[in-house]
Structure formats: structure tokens, C-alpha cells
Write a protein that binds this ligand. Structure first.
Ligand SMILES: C[S@@+](CC[C@H](N)C(=O)[O-])C[C@H]1O[C@@H](n2cnc3c(N)ncnc32)[C@H](O)[C@@H]1O
Length: 297
């Protein structure tokens, strides 16, 4: 697609389908593709440094999971392992925490956090079939579920590997969540490209509360808790906002546009973000949808 001033937007093919729930999981509609991750050692280190919002929301999720000393826990999509390290203290020396993530770079950082009961492996939602049935007391996904293509199969596998009475915890963004920063991103793209191409990936947050509930129930979980937790924090400056967006999306942020367009969009975006600057920094909203489900005994 050719756009204003000769810039090309590379629109990626639609690969991903998500369940679209209207009362029940009755229809599956195609959604815009998630571009592939563009991970690097540098980006993984950046994620470790800027992931405090996920860390704060993650501890809230963990507080809802009633993790006990001696529990066996799986952190699916553990990133650089900060939250798993926290959970390892809760399960104590009799318990175990395994963190898995498809990014070799993130796991390389996580491995520096390993202790007797805390270990990490390169693996993802596609590898859950390799775990024995009824082997975990708790499985959680902190800001990971929106990146997973096959959500139904992933939930089915988690249900299988949990012990009866075991719990799943999910924190994820939700469709149409408020975000002034994302509004500025859209404005910046429109200013440079003349439009916001419909297939340009801007946010992975596509589910509603109703859809998440239906998916978890369909996999066999009893819903223990489902809530929206408001949360916002402050980035120091526009550069820190962009670092957060890039690292949190594993390099997908604006990866669908060519490099000259991306540079121009970022320059417009920085100008717009500077207008949001306050004494505390630039406010970033990160409300999370938190779900806790139980596998019936
Ligand atoms: C925003 S980070 C969250 C990391 C970590 N849970 C935390 O709280 O900091 C999203 C993570 O999901 C991982 N991820 C992406 N697709 C995945 C999949 N299919 N299965 C498991 N993890 C995945 C990414 O590599 C990335 O580390």
C-alpha cells in the first residue's frame, strides 16, 4: 500500500484468529495479525529495566492466587523472571517454581535469578503438552495471554497440567482500555501516513471481560475472581515511554512500517508526548483484567 509522500506500509497477513464471544463461544472471527517478535539481548535487558508496571500488576495477581509454601508453580511467559523470583519466596524451600518463555534472551537473564527451587527454560504455550497431567498447584500468565495465538488450546493444556483444586491466574489488557499514550500514537501515525492502516498492529489487547470468562469456563475452570484493576504510573520522558512500548511488545511496536516512516512517527510522537509531561513524568495507564480460575476437584 502506497501512502502519502511515497512511504510504504508493510501490512502483514492476517494469521491470528481469536474467539469472538457473543454470550457463548459461538463464533470465531479473524483478527489482525500479531507481527512476529523482534527480540534481542538489548531489548530483553531493556524489558527487565522498564517492566515495573507488569511487576506491580503481577504481585496483585499473585496475591489472588493463595500460593502456599510447598506449592509447585508454573510461570508461563515468565519474561526475565522477576515475578517468578518473588513467587519462589512464597513457596519456600519445599516448593518449586518453573518459569518458561520462548525468548532465549529473556531466559538468559532469568537464569541469573535461579536458586534451588527456581528454574527457567526456553519454552512457550506450544510446549505445554510435554508436562505431565496434574503436576502443578498454580499456573499463572502475567501480561502474556494477549500474545498467545491459540488461547483455547493453551487453556485446555493448563487445565490438564493443574492438579484438581489447582488455580490459574491471568492478568491481561482488555479491548478499548483507556490510554492517552495510545491515542497519541494513533494521532502520530495519522499525521505521518495520512491514515491509521487498519492492519497496522497497535495493541494486542483485544479481549473483553466476557470473552475471557467464556474462554476460561469453556476450558473447564470455575471462575473464582474476575476484575479490572486500574493502575497507572509515570515514565520519566518520551524516550522512556517508547522504550516501554518497544520492550513490552518484544520489539513489535511500529514494526509494521518501514524504517523512515517509523523514525518520522517516533519524532512526531515524542513531540506529542512532551505535551503530556508533568512534574511527575508522563502518565501511562495500565489497567489490567485479572482472572483467577479453579480446576474443580
Ligand atoms: C509483557 S511480557 C511479560 C513477562 C512476564 N510475565 C512479566 O510479568 O514481566 C510478555 C512475555 O510473553 C512471552 N510470550 C510471548 N508469546 C508467548 C507464548 N506463546 N507462550 C509463552 N510466553 C509467550 C514473551 O516472550 C514475553 O516475555
Amino acid at each position: 500500500m502506497m501512502l502519502r509522500e511515497g512511504f510504504f506500509v508493510k501490512v502483514r497477513p492476517a494469521l491470528l484468529s481469536i474467539a469472538c464471544v457473543t454470550g457463548s463461544l459461538s463464533s470465531i472471527k479473524a483478527a489482525a495479525a500479531l507481527p512476529p517478535p523482534r527480540e534481542s539481548a538489548e531489548l530483553a535487558a531493556q524489558y527487565d529495566a522498564v517492566s515495573t508496571p507488569q511487576w506491580i500488576q503481577g504481585r496483585k495477581l499473585i496475591s489472588l492466587l493463595s500460593i502456599q509454601p510447598g506449592d509447585s508453580v508454573l510461570d508461563l511467559g515468565c519474561g526475565t523472571g522477576r515475578l517468578a523470583q518473588y513467587v519462589a519466596k512464597l513457596v519456600g524451600p519445599q516448593g518449586t517454581v518453573l518459569g518458561i518463555d520462548p525468548s532465549v534472551h529473556r531466559i538468559a537473564i532469568a537464569k541469573r535469578r535461579e536458586t534451588a527451587g527456581l528454574s527457567f527454560q526456553v519454552a512457550g504455550s506450544d510446549n505445554l503438552a510435554s508436562f505431565a497431567s496434574a503436576s502443578f498447584d498454580r499456573v499463572y500468565l502475567n501480561y502474556v495471554f494477549h500474545w498467545i495465538d491459540n488461547k483455547e488450546e493453551t487453556l485446555r493444556q493448563i487445565h490438564r497440567i493443574l492438579k484438581p483444586g489447582g488455580r490459574i491466574g491471568i492478568s491481561t489488557g482488555y479491548r478499548n482500555q483507556p490510554s492517552r499514550v495510545r491515542e497519541r500514537i494513533r494521532e502520530s501515525i495519522r499525521e505521518v501516513l495520512g491514515e491509521v492502516p487498519p492492519d497496522l498492529f497497535l495493541s494486542p489487547f483485544r479481549m473483553t471481560r466476557k470473552e475471557l470468562r467464556a474462554l476460561a469456563e469453556q476450558a473447564g475452570f470455575r471462575i473464582v475472581d474476575l476484575q479490572i484493576l486500574p493502575f497507572s504510573d509515570y515514565a520519566k520522558d518520551p524516550e522512556e515511554v517508547i522504550a516501554f512500548l518497544s520492550a513490552s511488545s518484544s520489539g513489535r511496536f511500529l514494526s509494521g512500517v518501514d524504517e523512515p516512516s517509523r523514525e518520522r512517527i517516533l519524532s512526531v510522537l515524542k513531540r506529542k508526548l512532551r505535551k503530556l509531561q508533568t512534574n511527575r513524568g508522563i502518565q501511562m495507564e495500565h489497567p489490567a483484567m485479572l482472572l483467577v480460575g479453579e480446576k474443580p476437584r
